[in-house]
Design a binder for this molecule. Structure first.
Ligand code: COA
Length: 218
C-alpha cells in the first residue's frame, strides 16, 4: 500500500478515486458507524471541512482504497473549533503549524491485520511523515477516548486539551499530538512501518519530504 497525498494542487489527478473515497466514507461512517447526522441523499459523506484547504492521505493498492485520513489546517474551521469547542478548555487551536486529523479509517477487510505493518499504522505514520514534510509542530484530534491509549502505545505524545465529554453516548476527547521526528521513528519501529510511505504525485518538487533522510533505526 502506498499513501498518496491529495490536495488542491493535484486533486485533478485523483477525481475518480476521490469519488470512490466519499462513497466509502458514507459506507463506513453512516452505514457502519451509524453517524446518521452525516447522511446525505447522494450517499457521499462530505461536510463543511472538506474544502480546497483539506489534505487527504489515501492508502491505495492500485486504484483500491485501503485506508484514509483527512487533514485540515487549524487556521480554517475544524471539528474542534466549530462542532466541539467544549472539548478544548482554552478555546480552539488556530495556528498555521497545527493541522487537525479526522476521518481515520481502514476498510473492514484490512482491519486487525497481523502480517506486516497494519494499514492503520501505515496511515498514521504517513500523517506524521506529512506533518514533518510541511513543517508542522502538532496535530489536534477529536477522538473517541478508546483511541487515546493506542496513540500513546505507538509512541506519540498526546496531551488532552480538555476533559472527556459524552457525545452521542461515546466518551470523546480532544488532544494535541507533537509532530516530530521521534514520533515518526517510534511508530515506524513499534508498528513495523518500513520507512517513508508518501507518494507526492503531481506536487511541486520543493515540497518533497525532508524526511527522506530519516530511516527508522531497528
Ligand atoms: N469502539 C471501540 N473500540 C474500537 C472501535 C470502536 N468504534 N473500533 C475499533 N476499536 C478497537 C477494536 O476493538 C480493536 O481492539 P482489540 O485490538 O483490543 O480487539 C482495536 O480498536 C483495533 O481495531 P480493528 O478495527 O480491529 O483494527 P485496525 O486497528 O486495523 O483499525 C480503525 C482501527 C479504527 C481504523 C478501524 O476499526 C476503522 O476503520 N473503523 C471505522 C472508522 C472509525 O471508526 N474511525 C475512527 C473515528 S474517525
Amino acid at each position: 500500500m502506498d499513501v498518496h497525498v491529495i490536495r488542491r494542487d493535484n486533486k485533478h489527478l485523483y477525481s475518480e478515486i476521490l469519488e470512490d473515497y466519499f462513497r466509502l466514507r458514507h459506507q463506513i461512517y453512516v452505514v457502519e458507524r451509524k453517524w446518521a447526522a452525516l447522511d446525505r441523499p447522494d450517499k457521499r459523506e462530505l461536510d463543511q471541512f472538506d474544502t480546497d484547504e483539506t489534505v487527504y492521505l489515501l492508502g491505495l493498492e492500485g486504484r483500491s482504497i485501503i485506508a484514509g485520513m483527512r487533514l485540515v489546517p487549524t487556521t480554517a474551521p475544524t471539528l474542534l473549533s466549530d462542532l466541539f469547542p467544549r472539548l478544548s478548555l482554552n478555546g480552539p487551536i488556530r495556528r498555521p503549524d497545527v493541522y487537525e486529523l479526522s476521518r481515520i479509517f481502514v476498510v473492514p477487510k484490512r482491519r486487525g491485520e497481523h502480517a506486516g505493518p497494519r494499514a492503520e499504522a501505515v496511515i498514521q505514520a504517513a500523517a506524521m511523515e506529512y506533518g514533518l514534510s510541511i513543517g508542522l509542530s502538532a496535530f489536534t484530534i477529536v477522538l473517541e477516548s478508546w483511541w487515546l491509549p493506542r496513540l500513546l502505545d505507538q509512541g506519540w505524545v498526546a496531551r488532552p486539551l480538555g476533559l472527556p465529554i459524552d457525545i452521542d453516548s461515546m466518551s470523546t476527547i480532544a488532544v494535541m499530538v507533537d509532530v516530530d521526528e521521534q514520533a515518526w521513528t517510534e511508530i515506524c519501529i513499534r508498528r513495523s512501518v518500513p520507512g517513508p510511505m508518501l507518494v507526492w504525485q503531481g506536487l511541486p518538487v520543493i515540497e518533497r519530504p525532508a524526511i527522506r533522510d530519516l530511516v527508522p533505526a531497528a
